[in-house]
Design a protein around this ligand. Structure first.
Ligand SMILES: Nc1ncnc2c1ncn2[C@@H]1O[C@H](COP(=O)(O)OP(=O)(O)OP(=O)(O)O)[C@@H](O)[C@H]1O
Ligand SMILES: [Mg+2]
Length: 356
């Protein structure tokens, strides 16, 4: 199977061509990512209208580039995968309409992909890991612990009750004057900071259940910054390091609880996967590797470049849907609606509205 994947749900216009079969690993024939970072940077975050307009002007060229880098024409494709949600609705509309047009014109099946499923399945593209596995999904909009049992089978064990992990990184970066995009800048600053100079809370740590909370931590960072004002450069680095350590402690604590709770359901060699943009964080990965080893889980994570948004993960998720016989023909293609929210444990026909 060879699948084209198109991603436009946030601030990356991306397209890729991936080949292979389930359970993977697959082969990435091309992977083009046009980042809009420069356009959003002056505003300190993603501006949805700017993102939608940028996607509209970039998606055609990025897709052509992906096909040409891969050296394949539309006639060689098994199907066209596209993020149909969740995400910033303007961008999702652009990508989905573009993919629908391409699918209708070429007669290819359309594969509407849940963006979170694409993050969740990337590790099968890279490592061919078998279902089921425990997933920690940490991205700009989400923070969830999930059992992944199939390309459309997800059981959510816990989620954030306020901010997402990436959101916490982005807001902290803004507060510390580190700019946008926040996650990588906090990580860089934290590398040379003292994580113990500031003492920050770990909300929900050791509490029952598997949910996360980061808003109290964010408030504590603001208060610490105000108390220490004006913050020197070393002060910023120390606070960034303290914040990163607190997030790491929270994620490790919840993950170990989840591992203990579900170990018996994941077979003799349980696997733990971390995915989503925050999984690019090296300090966090190191801590999760250790947690997995202590709990008797194998550790898997996509390379950092496939943790943040890209087309290859969408193409692979589409390939999984195609292999499961879920490609949509011409009649059904037109009925697919873009979704701003689309919880992973809800099928496409699900009721809109619930927070993903
Ligand atoms: N090295 C890093 N350390 C911490 N956070 C990071 C790092 N690199 C990226 N991030 C964070 O990852 C997030 C982006 O990830 P991703 O592209 O998966 O999210 P998204 O697509 O915006 O959201 P979602 O996937 O939930 O819809 C941002 O919040 C960014 O700050
Ligand atoms: Mg994402």
């Amino acid at each position: 199977m060879i699948v084209l994947g198109i991603e436009t749900s946030c601030d990356e216009t991306a397209a890729a061509v991936v080949a292979g079969g389930v359970p993977g690993p697959g082969r990435i024939l091309s992977n083009v990512v046009a980042s809009q970072t420069a356009e959003h940077a002056p505003f300190g975050g993603v501006v949805p209208e700017i993102a939608a307009r940028a996607h509209a002007s970039l998606v055609d060229g990025v897709t052509r580039q992906a096909l040409s880098d891969a050296g394949v024409g539309l006639d060689r494709l098994s199907g066209i995968a596209v993020t149909a949600g969740p995400g910033l609705i303007g961008g999702v509309v652009v990508g989905l309409l573009f993919a629908k047009g391409l699918a209708l014109a070429s007669g290819l099946p359309l594969l509407p992909v849940n963006h979170l499923a694409a993050h969740a399945l990337t590790v099968r593209l890279t490592d061919g890991v078998a279902f089921p596995y425990l997933l920690l999904l940490i991205s700009g909009g989400h923070c969830q612990l999930i059992i992944v049992s199939g390309p459309s089978e997800y059981e959510r064990l816990g989620t954030t009750i306020d901010d997402a992990a990436g959101e916490a990184f982005d807001k902290t970066a803004k507060l510390l004057g580190l700019g946008y995009p926040g996650g990588p800048r906090v990580e860089t600053a934290a590398r040379s900071g003292d994580p113990f100079r500031f003492s920050l809370p770990r909300p929900l740590l050791d509490s029952p259940g598997l949910d996360f909370s980061f808003s109290g931590l964010k408030t504590a960072v603001r208060r610490a910054a105000e108390l220490a004002a004006p913050l020197s450069d070393p002060g910023v680095r120390d606070l960034a390091a303290a914040f990163q350590l607190a997030v790491t402690d929270i994620l490790v604590n919840r993950t170990r609880r989840a591992m203990a709770a579900v170990r018996g359901r994941l077979g003799p060699t349980p696997a733990f996967v971390v995915a989503g943009g925050v999984a690019a964080n090296q300090a966090l990965r190191t801590a999760l590797v250790e947690a997995a080893s202590l709990e008797g889980f194998s550790f898997l994570a996509p390379p950092p470049s496939l943790c943040t948004d890209n087309g290859a993960m969408v193409a692979w998720a589409g390939l999984e849907l195609f292999a499961a016989g879920q490609g949509l023909g011409a009649d059904e293609q037109l009925k697919v609606s873009p979704r701003a929210r689309w919880p992973l444990d809800m099928r496409f026909a699900g009721v809109p509205g619930a927070k993903a």
